[in-house]
Design a protein around this ligand. Structure first.
Ligand SMILES: CC(C)[C@H](C(=O)O)[C@@H](O)C(=O)O
Ligand code: SF4
Length: 774
């Protein structure tokens, strides 16, 4: 019996719907997570939480861990143990803590001695761990990378890492649908990195806030998977929760033969391909925001300032404050020029460089290295360049490049050929810029101090960075080399039927939902009781001094710089809060001009920021931990980075979006006058010290309920464990390739399978063709 006709859906709508475990009346969703990537920086506190609560990892078979941020990229020829190899104490402790945790919780781990080790966002796709139509999370903002496969992939904070480890779910809300359509042919020397830098230049770093971006159009369809990953990787820099590209033949060809993808000849493969190809947005699906870009308008692009939106074609000149309309942007420009040591009007190609970094989860894949090698072949790095580094994204990328002789091309030209890791993308390891040094970088963030305190970053594509290394200045790659074909284009096609037929009745779904609870379960049983909650301090009313700040786009690197992320604890970070702004450069002496060093703001409980996009950038939960440790429990701003916004709630804090400029200014005036204000969450109102209303505010019902009652999410989710089990049984029936048999086989435990009746219908009521023999 055919069911009611559904309105057209987007790719995001479909993937989201297929992962709903439970929906509350206020639209809060418990979403199932298929794939969880773990690294050393954002996991120690999560494992500690599990241990303290006596919980286990629910799906070790769907969890994959590696070390990437902290590790040195020096030669591993003499590697014996992590303990002996990593010299820096805190980095060593963090990596060793992960090694202990993966052993204790029995997780698959690619350590330093494993050729598959690399940056999380490179190894997931490389292994076929990342699959189309899945939900993928990691305690890392660039998890958006995996959206290139048509996965819903997003960064989470450490509390959410713990939540996923314990429950394999996340509590979330549906985001808006945004479409960025790029049509036409890319010009010579223009690559996917230029596309995404150009897009962020147009939409701004808050342009995608609250939305999931689908990248589409002929220019995107023509890109290889690796190029699509570079684009989705930086959707977080455009403020989006995630970026996605609909799976197509290029996706399928990329996945063939990957160790953890379904085997190409298996019955699961064709079934999976049909499901994947059916995920593309339906004709007429509704997008809340649409941006259209003509590929011919995109030039080789570089950043000039300290935000990824500060971009310009390489043929341009450094902009000045007069080029911007509003005061916030004029101020941001002045501040950026000062930090970057640049003068408005200087031609970009006349800016000399000190260092060149080709690496990071944006651009350290084999095609990136091939592209850069084409430019440097037979040439030499300019004499003014103190250091030029190539850091492959994984051990496998490194081997592949060596097999193709790329390492030789780079070293002959004067580049260093390093081991895989995050390296100088954020400088948590020894690869950093010295104060004042200027770097051409293929990474994704040019925030103040990102690659080292006082360091100056210019973002660009691998071929542009290669050109810059040869010229010694920011350079236009088109002057150095003729355009050449995309190295990944032209893969053979296979015939697949993308058609999804709707057959069967609603009872079929009911049958699945009614499967006996004693169906053989593969999950690690959790020892804690249902509904057990560690609890959080309650938040009802908060009264205190509010520190005023009027800077736009305060990123989490500024809230807490990388050197303080090497902790395995949540506490004691208050002294590191806003470190680069709070202390004089290179010393422990306070800068008296910084607001938190002034009375009465040393005792602030609230922060009022009149600039937009507070907490953008990295997923580090260390940012709310540092604020909390300082004493700040509430941040008021016109808009927030999504992950930071989430992370604050998980720590019993209240971020308040006040979009009414007049109201925000009223609050800021009280803050500037050094008067206390009162935030009354129960009645959703902000008052001055006399009790007069300054503004009302909105807050999601579920979040308010948790804060006012001091409830922690994991405890709440544990009480829905039966619904999670039901979803897992259905998942095995409908998407059998998602149970991570590959990993357990590695552990010598054989494949993971849940007994479930063969009723292969998605949450959307759709049957996937090519049913299996069960
Ligand atoms: C350390 C980690 C939390 C962080 C992120 O979330 O992005 C890092 O990868 C970064 O790029 O800043
Ligand atoms: S952005 Fe840089 S630091 Fe963050 S995961 Fe990617 S490579 Fe690592």
């Amino acid at each position: 019996m055919p069911s009611a006709v559904k309105p057209p859906q987007t790719l995001y709508d479909k993937v989201f719907e297929d992962h709903i475990v439970e929906e509350q009346a206020d639209s809060t969703i418990l979403l199932y997570i298929d794939r969880h990537l773990v690294h050393e920086v954002t996991s120690p506190q999560a494992f500690e939480g599990l241990r303290n609560a006596g919980r286990k990892v629910r799906r070790p078979d769907c969890t994959l861990a590696t070390v990437d941020h902290n590790i040195p990229t020096a030669s591993r020829k003499n590697l014996t143990t992590t303990e002996k190899f990593i010299e820096e104490t805190d980095s060593r402790l963090q990596c060793m803590t992960l090694e202990e945790n993966v052993k204790a919780f029995d997780l698959t781990y690619f350590g330093l001695d494993d050729k598959r080790q690399g940056i999380v966002h490179i190894i997931g796709p490389e292994q076929g761990f990342t699959l189309p139509g899945t939900t993928v999370v990691c305690g890392d903002s660039h998890t958006s990378t995996h959206g290139a496969f048509g996965a819903l992939a997003f960064g989470i904070g450490t509390s959410e890492v713990e939540h996923v480890l314990a429950t394999q779910t996340i509590i979330t809300k549906k985001s808006k649908n945004m479409k960025v359509q790029v049509d036409g042919e890319l010009g010579p020397g223009v690559s996917s990195k230029d596309i995404i830098l150009h897009v962020i230049g147009i939409i701004g770093t808050a342009g995608g806030t609250g939305a999931v971006i689908e990248f589409c159009g002929s220019a995107i369809r023509g890109l290889s998977m690796e190029a699509r990953m570079s684009i989705c990787n930086m959707s977080i820099e455009g403020g989006a929760r995630a970026g996605m590209v609909a799976p197509d033949q290029i996706t399928i060809d990329y996945l063939k033969g990957r160790p953890l993808a379904p085997k190409v000849d298996s019955p699961e493969w064709k079934k999976a391909c049909n499901y994947w190809l059916g995920l593309k947005s339906d004709e007429g699906a509704n997008f809340d925001i649409e941006v259209n870009i003509d590929a011919k308008d995109i030039a080789p692009t570089v950043s000039w300032g300290t935000s990824p939106q500060d971009v310009i074609p390489i043929t341009g000149v450094v902009p000045g404050p007069d080029d911007f309309q509003d005061d916030v942007k004029k101020d941001a420009c002045k501040r950026a020029l000062k930090y970057m040591g640049l003068t408005a009007g200087t031609p970009m190609q006349e800016i000399p460089l000190d260092k060149v970094f080709i690496g990071s989860c944006t651009n350290a894949r084999i095609e990136d290295l091939r592209g850069a090698a084409r430019i440097v072949q037979g040439k030499k790095v300019a004499s003014n360049i103190k250091r030029a580094m190539i850091v492959p994204g994984s051990g496998l990328v490194k081997r592949q490049a060596e097999a193709e002789g790329l390492d030789k091309i780079f070293t002959d030209a004067g580049f260093e050929w390093r081991e895989a890791g995050c390296s100088m993308c954020l400088g948590m390891n020894p690869d950093i810029l010295s104060p004042g040094e200027r770097c051409a970088s293929t990474s994704n963030r040019n925030f103040e101090g990102r690659q080292g305190a006082g360091g100056r970053t210019h973002l660009m594509s691998p071929v542009m960075a290669a050109a810059a290394a040869i010229v010694g200045n920011l350079a236009d790659v088109r002057k150095l080399a003729p355009p050449s074909a995309d190295p990944a284009k032209g893969s053979p096609k296979i015939e697949l039927d993308a058609h999804m037929e709707e057959v069967g009745s609603d009872e079929d779904i009911d049958k699945i939902m009614d499967l006996p609870a004693d169906s053989q379960s593969h999950t690690a049983s959790n020892s804690s009781t249902k509904g057990a909650s560690a609890g959080m301090p309650k938040f009802e009313t908060l009264r205190g001094y509010a520190a005023p700040m009027d800077i736009a786009n305060i990123d989490t690197d500024a809230i807490i710089p990388k050197q303080f992320l090497k902790t395995i604890k949540r506490s004691g970070l208050g002294s590191a809060l806003f470190h680069a702004w709070r202390y004089q450069a290179g010393s422990d002496e306070e800068d008296p001009s910084f607001v938190l060093n002034q009375e009465p703001y040393r005792n602030s409980k609230i922060l009022v920021c009149t600039g937009p996009n507070f907490g953008c950038g990295s997923s580090r939960e260390h940012a709310p931990w540092a604020l909390l440790d300082f004493g700040i429990k509430c941040v008021i701003a016109p808009s927030f980075g999504d992950i930071f916004f989430n992370n604050t709630f998980k720590n019993g804090m209240l971020p308040l979006r006040i979009t009414d400029t007049a109201a925000l200014n009223r609050i800021a005036e009280q803050a500037k006058a050094g008067k206390e204000i009162e935030v009354d969450l129960v009645n959703q109102v902000i008052r001055d010290s006399e009790g007069n209303e300054l503004s009302k505010f909105d807050v999601e019902e579920f979040r308010k309920h948790c804060l006012v009652n001091g409830l922690d999410d994991i405890g709440l989710t544990m009480s829905s464990v039966d619904k999670i089990e039901t979803h897992e049984r259905k998942r095995t029936a409908v998407w059998p390739w998602l149970d991570g048999s590959g990993y357990l086989a590695k552990h010598g435990r054989g494949p993971v399978k849940i007994e479930a009746k063969p009723v292969p219908k998605t949450n959307r009521g759709e049957e996937i063709k090519e049913p299996l023999e069960w």
